[in-house]
Design a protein around this ligand. Structure first.
Ligand code: FAD
Length: 356
């Protein structure tokens, strides 16, 4: 067990990243300095977006906890109020409910998030597709409850006809930003990038508060910078895709990047003995069925890592590795082959690995 490692679980438990301690040669110019006195990090955690968040801070006065918790809660509420499909009056839900094709105003942050998701969607050739919401909901992984039986092909075709990245446009002008749909039933689901986005926003909040030694996470996305209370590296470990608690698969130093894992082995349900995962292949309109069970990506931001991990899960091992090679991605894939797990890693990911 890593020193200072805590077992971090999320609502669906489909991923768990061990959060320990971590040194960061941060990407920013003001390299952080280790906190002068060895101390336990200040940990602020709670529920958000149907999962959990956790903020670990080194060298911060515990007296600051109340005001930090207030600022964290406000930031998460802002993100939730913008991009949740579980809140009927969020900015995104109102856009999804709107059936016209007039541009709808959104914040600059939300416009940037959608641009990032559309870019990764294009680079994965539509495997990661934030317009896949009607299919996510049809298969019971959205705010609606789960179906009691497998949807029929006609229902799948109808839902699929309401999707496609080409039907969503982001308009950026000096005076503001807008989203525009050209399909009345277009329903955008940002769950695939929401946790990474919320994690990056918490990291920016720490920077604004002048905090340089932190590890923040929302769901399966993590960003860290600087040193932990013992002046040692924050370390992040990836869990083996098994139900066995605390099974470490690999340990990394993020070096100022973001990490996110998407998996098909925890967030699923079974109907008539068939298992359906929450990762939908937009090309078939059905949950993925191949052997890739977990994709972890390290990127400059947690948002990008969170977007890429789902796209790679849809593509499956071979195509995911080819895409990682084409775009120089740091990826770590776990495939279930027979009753064993096989791991595949891009050379870029290797650079982040540390020996336990
Ligand atoms: P990832 O594995 O990163 O992505 C899978 C998710 O993305 C799927 O659940 C689906 O929504 C979507 N998806 C599936 N296939 C594709 C594809 N091919 N391309 C693009 N997207 C795809 N959950 C609750 O139960 N209650 C809540 O109140 C709640 N509030 C939320 C608020 C926000 C702002 C967000 C972003 C999510 C919220 N969620 C809520 C959902 C929950 O937090 C997770 O987003 C969900 O469980 C998926 O997380 P994940 O990391 O497994 O997703």
């Amino acid at each position: 067990m890593l020193s200072g490692t805590t077992w971090f679980t999320r609502r669906t438990l489909h991923q768990a990243l061990f959060l320990g301690s971590f040194t960061l040669l941060s990407a920013c110019n003001d390299a952080p300095t280790a906190p002068n006195a060895a101390s336990q990090p200040l940990v602020i955690e709670g529920k958000t977006m149907g999962t959990f968040y956790r903020v670990s801070l080194a060298g911060v006065d515990p007296q600051e906890e109340a005001s930090l918790r207030e600022a964290i809660t406000a930031q998460l509420a802002k993100d939730d109020g913008e991009i949740s499909t579980y809140k009927p009056h969020s900015v995104l839900s109102r856009f999804n409910q709107y059936t016209g094709n007039e541009p709808q105003p959104v914040s600059a942050d939300m416009a940037d998030l959608v641009v990032c998701a559309l870019r990764i969607g294009a680079l994965t050739k539509g495997a990661m597709d934030i317009t896949v919401g009607p299919l996510v909901n049809l298969w019971g992984f959205g705010p609606e409850k789960q179906p009691v039986k497998e949807p029929g092909q006609q229902q799948i075709d109808q839902a699929k006809a309401q999707t496609g990245l080409q039907h969503l446009t982001v308009i950026h002008k000096a005076e503001g930003q807008w989203l525009q749909k050209d399909l009345p039933g277009l329903y955008v689901d940002l769950s695939t990038v929401g946790e990474g986005y919320a994690t990056d926003n918490l990291a920016r909040l720490m920077e604004r508060r002048g905090i340089r030694n932190y590890l923040v996470s929302v769901g399966g996305a993590v960003v860290s910078r600087g040193y932990n209370g013992q002046g040692k590296p924050w370390r992040v470990a990836i869990q083996k895709p098994t139900d066995r608690e605390n099974a470490v698969q690999a340990i990394v130093d993020l070096q100022g990047h973001g990490i996110s894992t998407s998996g098909s082995y925890r967030n699923y349900y079974e109907v008539d003995g068939k298992r359906f995962s929450h990762i939908i292949d937009p090309a078939t309109g059905r949950p993925i069925t191949h052997k890739l069970v977990s994709a972890t990506v390290i990127s400059p931001t947690a948002t990008e890592a969170d977007g890429w991990d789902t796209g790679l899960m849809v593509l499956g091992t071979e195509k995911a590795l080819a895409l990682a090679k084409q775009h120089g991605l740091a990826v770590y894939l776990i495939s279930k082959e027979g009753d064993r797990f096989k791991t595949y890693m891009s050379p870029q990911f290797q650079a982040f690995l540390v020996n336990p």
